[in-house]
Design a binder for this molecule. Sequence first.
Ligand SMILES: Cc1ncc(COP(=O)(O)O)c(C=O)c1O
Length: 427
Amino acid sequence: MQPFNGNEEEQFRRVYLDYNATTPVEPEVIEAITEALREAWGNPSSSYRPGQKAKEIISQSRESIGKMVGGCSDDIIFMSGGTEANNFVFHTAVKYFWDTYRKAKIHGKEEGPVEMGGALPHIITSNVEHDSINLVAEQLVKEGKREVTFVPVSKVTARVEVEDVMSAIRPNTCLISIMLANNETGVLMPIAEISKRVQALSKKRGAPRILLHTDAAQAVGKLQVDTKELGVDYLTIVGHKFYAPRIGALYVKGPGVTTPVYPLFFGGGQERNFRPGTENTPMIAGLGKAAELVHRNLERYENGMRETCEYLEQRLEEVFGKEKLHFNSHFSGSKRLPNTCNVSFLGVHLQGRKVLSLCHRLLASVGAACHSDQGDSPSPILLNCGIPPSVAANALRLSVGRGTTKGDVDVVIEDLRAAVQQLEGLS
Ligand SMILES: Cc1ncc(COP(=O)(O)O)c(C=O)c1O
């Protein structure tokens, strides 16, 4: 599927390779949304038919999303998107820390935060997270409300290393939040290993419990995401990265029972009061349908994207030569998403933005969409992964989708070849 074909002539065909920024909405998902708009317009809290229909759709969607991530339907809380889900987790962890502290003090227990004196809640994250983690962490440090350790990723693997995370843990650590897959390099982080080590440590330690969160925005729909295998307490789900509309959800293992939840909003009791506000039934219907598609077809989606992405990299090497390229998504010993090729053309005039501006067909980006106002400065994420500034400045993030074909790749290669030649004054 190429969303930008429209009625344009073949010669003007655009090829979209920015599926990590956002995806188009699958036709079946559009159908589910449309049906909900027509048939389930009632308030889900109302007892008459249109309201009850809305309630049924919401509960079916919750079930599909739970299944997609290996959890139960009760573990799913609908949210506006990934940014809200990530902020929610940070807010919860801090509130949980203070509540635990207060309770321990009341009971005069010589354990946990009591023995820490006036310690602030401490959070561990990495230095390659999305801004919806990074900036909320920085903001709360500025406000003096918590301490944060940004564990640097290894410059060899581009992953956070388990030992580095473990050695950052302090007595007042209440949350570890590490993304599952990086949005620029596609590199996968060792969440399951971190979880095992943290669980072993938690058995020895008193309160506060160390909560584990992963932002799975880029992984869902591209590879198997199983909350049980990962051993996480919270997992962020972002609809517009897997062919659903702009809505999201947070997986919480046993919300309010096994795992703490402190709402950001207060209101009419929806979402068991964890996230009140009249439910956005049509978008929830769309998210549920997209989750159902992932659950049913993941293997096909994953294999298809991997094959196309490998073909893209093979064609780049054949056409430009290995010495002209640097793959910013290849790190020794690290696994990565099946769809992400981050590549730099090496040369003084070949900055990513310049190359893209001369491409007539390729639609892609130089990095995360939320950093698109950063001019020509290289991506801080790539720099943190050890990519030299002159190479990072030339980066292009090419991310393929479910429907990207080898024919699309051929079009892109021709476009890139012409753009590079023009910049080198060869055409
Ligand atoms: C890794 C990651 N986390 C979080 C988000 C934010 O999600 P949303 O756009 O739904 O707020 C994104 C979106 O770009 C992302 O790539």
